[in-house]
Design a protein around this ligand. Structure first.
Ligand code: DLL
Length: 432
């Protein structure tokens, strides 16, 4: 059974009418409850009544990650703290986290959207599902967890970090579904191959997302584990996982359009792209109460297709992601901006502003090395000085990024100087 046929198989006209009604309500809501939006609208002489439907959406201002950062932590919330049931957070562009808040109703809708996505992937109440996204401030773990519970599946809340335990339980419990990042699943596949235990698996499907992956990687996961893999997309600002997911036909990810209105824009001109053309994905949250966002620029590059899918769903589909507009890296599922490293290093007086981040993937696990130029004297000093400084930088970086990195101190003038835009990242991960 499809989880929510009524909402996923509407005609385009019905969907547009629903979205328009919800948009009108939303604009009125943010105008009266979020000073940031009221001011933005007033600045361009816009009143809530000017927005009659989705055809007017381009009159509304955009929202960016910087807006969230500038209003850190709760400045864009539309309800008092007493109405917020939970917060999550992800990296901001300069080290400050992007904090997102949910009312009780937001959490229910989130669980429903994730449930829809998991159903698209064929998960039912008969499944035993391991959730191996991180639990905590990251939206992946709890987001997938409540979606799976909503379906009635038996949930094993693994989180990340203990692969041996994960594979043992996978085999002992007869786990039939797993939700985790695609790179982590390949790592799990390798472990099971090494142990020669693939044939004992009961695993049938995986719901993977939170980072970019290719068709080739998708096929590789399916073949090595003898399962079906599905692509789930989302971002914390909009909700978390469950904004979109692909079905068994894998012809794009179905967007939960009754809750999130998608647009594709040209990020240079900020004008809408033609249907089918690649551009930056922009979302307006149509039903969120805690942190409603208007025209939020995701920076993710994709295209959109409104035709009915072979599965029967009529919801708009976005294509597998083609990259990002900005320099955000996703390392072991954690969003990292080079500017965060820069901000962290500025506070350490012993280092120069020259650094290089080297990202790689070893045994399907992401690695991050940060090379930092330090004064020559540290190299002439006894070795203890160098070690102490390395530890100090490593600690600062872990605090700043929420991710550990290998720190390598190098002598002045070691790192290549760029003549144009400074290059601070070498990403050796091959997305194959
Ligand atoms: O990654 C939410 C999530 C958790 C999605 C678990 C799917 C599964 P953030 O940490 O805010 O939220 O990161 C959002 O991750 O803007 C994309 O650049 C990237 N991303 C997420 N899913 C996919 C995907 C979660 N399926 C950012 N394919 C987004 C490619 C993805 N990129």
């Amino acid at each position: 059974m499809i989880w929510n046929e009524a909402k996923e198989c509407m005609s385009r006209d019905e969907m547009t009418a629903l979205q328009s009604a919800r948009l009108r309500k939303l604009v009125n809501y943010v105008y009266h409850n979020v000073e940031f939006y009221r001011k933005k609208m007033q600045n361009v002489g816009l009143l809530p009544g000017d927005i009659k439907g989705v055809e007017d959406i381009t009159k509304l201002p955009f929202t960016t990650k910087d807006d969230l950062r500038d209003n850190y932590p709760f400045g864009l919330f539309a309800v008092p703290h007493s109405e917020i049931a939970r917060v999550h957070a992800s990296s901001g562009t300069t080290g400050k986290a992007t904090v997102v808040g949910y009312t009780r109703r937001d959490l229910d809708i989130w669980a429903e959207c994730v449930a829809r996505c998991l159903s698209m992937a064929g998960v039912t109440k008969d499944d035993i599902i391991q959730v191996a996204y991180g639990y905590g401030l990251f939206t992946g773990g709890l987001g997938a967890h409540y979606g799976a519970e909503n379906i009635g599946a038996m949930v094993v809340p693994m989180s990340t970090g203990n692969s041996k335990k994960l594979t043992t339980m996978m085999l002992d419990f007869g786990v039939t579904a797993i939700a985790c990042t695609p790179s982590y699943l390949l790592h799990i596949a390798e472990l099971l191959e090494t142990e020669g235990r693939i044939s004992e698996l009961k695993l049938k499907r995986a719901i993977c997302g939170a980072e970019p992956w290719t068709e080739k990687m998708h096929r590789d996961i399916e073949e090595r584990l003898n399962i079906k893999a599905f692509d789930i997309y989302g971002l914390s600002e909009i909700m978390g996982p469950g904004v979109a997911c692909d079905c068994e036909f894998h012809k794009g990810l179905h967007v939960c359009e009754d809750h999130f209105y998608p647009e594709i824009i040209d990020s240079a001109t900020m004008k809408p792209q033609k249907v089918g053309e690649t551009g930056e994905l922009v979302f307006t949250t149509l039903t969120k109460e805690g942190l409603p966002l208007i025209r939020y620029r995701t920076k993710d590059l994709t295209s959109i297709d409104y035709s009915t899918c072979e599965c029967g769903r009529t919801s708009a589909r976005i294509s597998r992601f083609k990259g990002r507009v900005d320099d955000m890296l996703i390392i072991r599922g954690v969003n990292v901006f080079p500017s965060q490293v820069e901000a962290a290093l500025v506070d350490i007086k012993e280092v120069t502003p020259h650094y290089m981040m080297i990202v790689d993937r070893v045994n399907n696990l992401d690695t991050l090395e940060i090379q930092v130029e330090v004064d020559n004297k540290y190299f002439s000093d006894e070795i203890r000085g160098l070690e102490k400084l390395t530890q100090k930088i490593a600690h600062t970086i872990t605090q700043a990024l929420g991710l550990s990195a290998k720190i390598k101190l190098v002598e002045p003038q070691t790192l290549v100087r760029s003549e144009g835009k400074a290059v601070h990242v070498i990403d050796k991960r091959k997305l194959y």
